[in-house]
Structure formats: C-alpha cells, structure tokens
Design a protein around this ligand. Sequence first.
Ligand code: WQD
Length: 340
Amino acid sequence: MKILVTGGTGYIGSHTVVELQQAGYDAVIIDNLNNSRIEVLDSIEKITGIRPEFEKFDLCDQPKVNAFFEKHNDVDAIIHFAAYKAVGESVEHPLMYYRNNLLSLINLLDAMKQCTVPYIVFSSSCTVYGQPADLPVREDSPVQPAESPYGNTKQICEEILRDTIKSTDKIKSIALRYFNPIGAHESALIGELPLGIPNNLVPFITQTAAGIREQLSVFGDDYDTSDGSAIRDFIHVVDLAKAHVVAVDRLLKGKNKTSYEVFNLGTGTGYSVLETIRTFEKVTGEKLNYKIVGRRAGDIEKIWADTSYANDELGWKTQRSLADALLTSWNWEKHYRGLK
Ligand code: WQD
C-alpha cells in the first residue's frame, strides 16, 4: 500500500513516514521545502533503511498536483500535513496562512475526486476549539471563533473537508486534532527544526539550552492557572505519528463508522509553561535562562484533551511522558548542533 505524505520532510510528517514504513507501508512525500530540509530523507533512510520517494513542489500549484497523481496513480491514501502552523506568525501574516493552508487542501481534494484516491487523513489542531469553556475538551466541544488565523484555517479546512465529503461518496476522511506536538525520534536523527527563530516553546527551550538563543521569554504569568503561566497538552511526536498509522489503517480497512471522523490527539494531561521548563531542567540537568514577559497575541490560557474517544475508538493511547519528550528534544538538539 502506498501512502502520500504531504509535508513529509517536516517535523510531524517525517516521524509519520518512519512509522508508516516500519508498519509496512510505502511512503511518497510531497514537500516544497519552505520549512524543512531535503536531508531529512537521508535521516529517514538511516532509521528505516528505506528512502521514501520524494517530489518537491508546492501544493498551491494545481497543475503540479494533478501531474503528480497522473504519475503516481497507485496512491491508496493521503496524510496531509503540509501547512503553516505557527500561531504567533499567523497573526502577523494572515493572508499567507489563508492562501497556503486552504488552497493546498482544495487542490488535493480536487485531484482526489478526479483520480479516485478515496482516503485522506487531515492534520487538524486543537486550536479549532479556541479557549474551551469546559476542560478537558472533547471532540463534540463547541468549535469557537479561532483566536488566530492559523486556528481559523484549520476550522475552515475541516468545513471544506466536511462539505466535500457530503458532495461525493468517493472520499472518506479522518481529521486528527493535535494538541502540542513536542519531542523527537529516539535515534536523535529527526526532530523539530524550525528555520529561523522558533515560534514554538520547546524548540526555543532547547535552542536556549544549546546557547543558540540568549534567553527564553515566557509569554505571561498572569493567567488563571496554578503558577500563572499558560497550560498546554504536550504530546510526544512519536505517539502522534503512530496515531496516523492507526487512522490510515482504519480507513483502508473500512473500519471508519462515518465518512468523516474527528479525533483529539493529546495525552489528557495539561502542563504549564513553567512546569515544562522545570521538567526540562530536571531531566537534562541544564539550567534554563528565561524571563517572564507579556502575553503573546493569539494565545489561549489553557487547554488539554479528553482522549477517551480516541483511546476507545482508535485503540490508541499515548505511551510517552512529558519528560520522555523533553529529553528526546534535547538529544535531538545536541545531535543536530554537534554538541556532546
Ligand atoms: C505553547 C505555550 C506560549 C514560545 C501549537 C502549535 C499549533 C498547534 C497548537 C498543532 C504558549 C508559550 C511559546 C515561547 C512561550 N498544534 N511560549 N515562549 O501556541 O499552543 O500552538 O500547538 O497543530 O500548530 O503552534 O504552541 O509552543 O507556540 O506555545 O512562553 O518562546 O508556550 O505562550 O502558552 P501553541 P507554542
């Protein structure tokens, strides 16, 4: 079985390609390398012994998308990661986010209808919930006005999927709403590698500990939480990747109950930013240089997942802890920077 992984040289995509290959699937990657490096293919090959097929182009280029499916007419399912995903950046550059994240999905769905590729797993996000009124947040918790253009693109993409699936019996889909992906593969050969200044917390932590960044800024300690810093549900990227194999398997084996399913992918436990910093210091022995500053535009106060539906229906549950994830992030950072 061949699975197309869009954004497959990216952070979550590359970890998912490894898990797909180790589960016996063939993987072909489309990536425009805007936010990832071609050398990730070498790392995947080092881990699994299999070099995934790779095509470099932008999914916003519809003729290239159609040409891809003419060439690769044996794709059995798609896992669609390719999107911009930084909350803060989307507040500064909304049009870049709407164009890229919406048009790439629309082009893919168009091609699926024409080339009869029946299944797509969509990389969605807990940001669709905005700031939930009740926690933990469930899949049927109200989708609220997004707090950022990034979150809004995910909401709109889910609606595009839902409406497209209603219009045809040719496409079935599972949307996976990620909480906060962190960590790296145990080999330290792949991991999160933001190009430029990291938007996300954990790569900023590891780059500060590695001396690449002077100091971490903690965005706000005046939230209504135990220590005043915001709370997130940090999920190990390998647990997340394994969930994608389960989801694509579910579609290929016709185990999906409806033509469009949505699952929360989190650990079910929230940790504050300051707790995360303390856990990093504890598991690595590194003292982190940070300061408290004002809140960041677009941030919500607290969120963590109700994972019961994914646990029961998918038979999937996270196996790795916050400490495991932070240690693998640090090992990856040290390996990538050639540090001991
Ligand atoms: C986490 C917390 C910041 C950086 C992410 C992804 C998004 C989506 C949801 C998957 C916040 C604080 C951060 C820093 C800080 N995931 N922070 N200093 O905003 O929750 O969104 O998860 O789709 O794609 O971006 O993640 O890591 O940016 O922030 O204090 O330098 O850490 O304020 O409270 P976020 P994040």
